[in-house]
Design a protein around this ligand. Structure first.
Ligand code: SF4
Length: 185
């Protein structure tokens, strides 16, 4: 797995990249910001409640971490210590939908890279949806995939080239559609 340059970026760019590779370009080069939806506001409130509840139980929540190795940073929702290693918990303010699993999973894997660099070995990822928890062991393959995305975003930042549209089905639910329509390369 490659290491990064001095350029660093938030883990949220990995989530955006997985939704559509054009989005990190708009954020990095055009200063675009995601439209804040009612659902996002509700999600923030739910996160606050979750953090308070878990803090009372002595849990480590909302932890800001930075990876020098990979050049990424972000807030990890919850870090649990288990006998065999750490568990990274990512809270989702939505019900489980299979089509979003990949994005959510690899966002959490990026957080796992942060935890591994700052705490130690991560053995498990837990995605907490409103209706169910999805638990997965962290594998080398998952980590390599996330590092490949980090490298692609880094390359995009170096080259300054906007990726082309790959999956038009996503456009109707995209918070960056206005800037995307205005922007022509
Ligand atoms: S509108 Fe479509 S192509 Fe443009 S950023 Fe959003 S998902 Fe990507």
């Amino acid at each position: 797995m490659e290491t990064s340059s001095l350029f660093e970026f938030p883990v949220s760019l990995i989530k955006h990249y997985l939704f559509c590779p054009r989005i990190p370009y708009f954020i990095l080069f055009l200063g675009a910001q995601e439209r804040v939806t009612e659902n996002m506001r509700e999600g923030k409130e739910e996160h606050e409640k979750f953090f308070k509840r878990e803090k009372r139980r002595g849990r480590l929540v909302n932890v800001f971490l930075r990876s020098e190795k990979y050049g990424i940073y972000g807030f990890v929702d919850e870090i649990l210590k288990e006998d065999s290693g750490y568990c990274v918990v990512e809270l989702k303010n939505t019900e489980f939908r299979k089509e979003n699993l990949k994005i959510h999973l690899y966002q959490a894997v990026a957080y796992a890279l942060l935890v591994e660099e700052n705490f130690g070995r991560v053995v498990k990822i837990v995605l907490k949806y409103k209706d169910k928890n999805v638990k997965m062991p962290l594998t080398m393959g998952m980590k390599k995939y996330v590092v490949s995305i980090i490298n692609k975003i880094t390359k995009m930042q170096e080259e300054g080239l906007a990726p082309s549209v790959r999956n038009k089905r996503r456009c109707q639910n995209c918070g960056f559609s206005r800037i995307c329509m205005e922007y022509s390369d």
